[in-house]
Design a protein around this ligand. Sequence first.
Ligand code: 5AD
Ligand code: SF4
Length: 440
Amino acid sequence: MNLYSYIETFGCQMNERDSEIMAQLIGDAYSPTRSLSKADVVVVNTCSIREKAEQKAFSMLGRLRKLKKKNPSMVIAVAGCVAQQEGRNIRKRMPHVDIVIGPQNLYRLPELIADVKRDNETKVKTDISPEFVIPPFLPSIKAGHPFKRFVTIMQGCNNFCTYCVVPYTRGREISRDPADIIDEITHLVQNGIREVTLIGQNVNSYGLDRKNATFPDLLRAVAGITGIERIRFTTSHPKDLSEDLMRCFAEIDALCSHIHLPVQAGSNSVLKRMNRKYTLESYLDKISKLKTFCPDIVITTDIIVGFPGETDEDFDQTMQLLETVRYHGAYSFKYSDRPQAPSCDFSDKVPEDVKSARLHLLQSRQEEITVERHNEFIGRTMPLVVEGRSKSSDGRWCGRTDTNHIVNFTGADTLQPGRTVQVVIEEACLNSLRGRLKKH
Ligand code: 5AD
Ligand code: SF4
């Protein structure tokens, strides 16, 4: 009899990769399905970084309660940061959950499923240790994207930004052995993968816990793998953006001209209370220096509005920052209290309506800037890696630039996904560009 698994992922790319790993770990016993009612094992891989993300995970778990009533032998696992945060307590709200498994324990999923089936009781694995070693693990080629993949290079975070739950759910920074990372990417490239995104909560400090590797060294080693065409990485902490790393953008052809550099706020007093460990001036200096190495680099960011104590003047400084940097894109969020985050106890919480108004102002202005930035591409010929047919079903193709822009374009009947083509940009929208294939 065939058995099936259904894995739902919330949150960041780390979770996406963790879900792929879990799918592979149980793949021999359980084939993936997209039909929940067919599933024998359901894994909800959760995120708790913001309140909204956590609510989404809980609402999916709530929906599973009914399914479990119909099919009591279904095994329901909660993974990721909500699992780590709630541990056994999750059973109070969600008694139908069978497995609670934290991010450091995901490799034990097959064993936990077997334990639940044998003992018929909830299994909780949320131990977390600074001694944890991320095991070597060769990704499946059959499952997953045909030409680009995420590669986890480190887990955890040592920064303790005061609003953030990650250091508590993911633990201290643990870098993978560089040899394991190189083996993993070599295996991918030998099997047709041409693009990798190196992921971690704080990739710029990769290697600080190992003493035998730095992030720029790792980038150079990855770039040395024959056949690798594009390298991306995320996420960076501005305080760890070194000159050596900036130089990589000038020296490594395969390194894409895009950096996601979360600023969070434009006011020094807010940055200080966030414990970001940089000032607005030092952040802007780094951006200027980065541009001397890579003048065309595309910079995106994350911004939190309504951090406790944020005044109108503080917020104005964040608005001013948008004008100074002119980000190509920004993800922005209303501050929310997260369990264990020190800012929960800060006074002067900003009222919800003020947070909403600030978010609206910031997003409206950033949308204008994004479109203005996109307009700058019009008339340029850009190399794209073809992803497939565009979603708009108007016969266009879709590809991605090395600056991470999606371009929908005309001009070909057939194209091989993964191929690089030259496209002339003709139009700019908020979320994508439009163009036509350049004839040779
Ligand atoms: N409230 C709002 N946004 C948050 N982020 C992290 N923690 C919080 C919080 N408590 C945002 C930051 C981070 C992004 C991934 O999520 O901007 O960079
Ligand atoms: Fe959270 Fe700050 Fe670490 Fe990012 S750097 S994961 S925001 S504590």
